[in-house]
Design a protein around this ligand. Sequence first.
Ligand code: ARG
Ligand code: ZN
Length: 465
Amino acid sequence: RRGVALLAALITVLACSPGDEPPPSSHHLPADQRAGTPGIGDPDFPRDGNGGYDVAHYDLAVAYVPATKRLDGVAAVRARATQDLTSFNLDLTGLDVRGVAVNDVPARFSREGDELTVRPSKVLDSGTTFTVKVTYSGLPKPAKDTANLGTYGFIPTPDGAFVASEPNGSKTWFPSNDHPSDKATFNFTITVPAGVTALANGEMIGQPVTAGGRTTFRWRERHPMATYLATATIGKFDLRQGSTATGIQNLAATDPKFKGSLNELYTRSGEITDYWTTVFGPYPFSSTGGVVDDYSAGYALENQTKPLYGGFNPQETIVAHELAHQWFGNSLTIKRWKDLWLNEGFATYAEWLWSEHKGRQSAEAMFQQLHNRPESDPMWKYPPGRAKPDDLFNQSVYTRGGMTLHALRRAIGDATFFTLLKRWTAEHRYGHVTTEQFIDLAEHLSGKDLTPLFDAWLFQPRRPS
Ligand code: ARG
Ligand code: ZN
């Protein structure tokens, strides 16, 4: 083996001899290896996302007619090649692709399952920026996974659509690099029949424009966003807008059936967003709020700047949860789904912090009560630090994930714990995070060996003592 290594070193030296071409970088691959991979490298979701490029921006123009359930879309995706690309994939489920252009030149494409493969007319060189434009249409169908995830993605409703895509449902309505490890900014241009409202992430650009019986809404999210947090929720809505006490733009929207929740949702969302800035650090985005639609999803989703509540009057506990996600999940985004407790454990702990703040049950009392659950409770068998792809949103990821943070708070004390929360959100603002990074920061700030604590709470299939 040593001989082989020496020979390889000699070849490298020869290849670098003066006067020669520079050695090919690892990004310049042989012609037969220059196809972007059909997955981004998450072993639990091998076909989610794609390899070979990094999206910077999605410019989505969609027209949707609730009566026919037909969507017509043009998605312009700006990306940077991270290797030479003879072809690359986007994720897209169903829908008909009419045409694809790369840098305004028509490109060949093919479909197989949820993969749209694009073959640009010229190789895209590593490091260059390109724009791929996909023109598509059809009747979007939500993703259905009765065993695990329920119904998600673009879900048609009688008056529009309920759009909540975690974990991988953005492909049901636009071609994307559908994995949280590739975040991008978004522009939305959404055209609907006059009288219908379209709500997307971020802030509205200008006023809606009505012509020929159709209204176009433009929205912009100028902070990086994971694809699963993108929404174009459509229907009849009553709106209330203004700003929070600390001056953050606030928009609440409710389906007419939930009109009675509008003021409460608006006020609570503002109050809670402001309070979280004192606990978690500056608000990462330019607006806050919430949307209640008349679709019984059985869940809420923390859509960036606009959490979406599926067919119920949201109580303040769940508002506290979804707004905590704006920091934990949305600003700080997981690289791999196995680390989901960094979203759900933190958002669940935030519920307990809210209760404590309001002088109701303390986090300590909540922790004690949960820790007293018998050994037979399924939570103790499921280690939350390793979310399972076939049972991603298991209650343990939420509850035992939240308990992990309380166990940590007890071990390092309140002062260090709350400093840690702010340091964590500051250091990784708009970025990506892993469990290892959180453990490292906790150990660094506390000066303690916390490996046994995190191991017992996150990784062992039994009740921690
Ligand atoms: N992140 C959401 C929440 O905790 C849950 C999303 C569940 N997604 C699903 N497809 N069931 O609030
Ligand atoms: Zn959550």
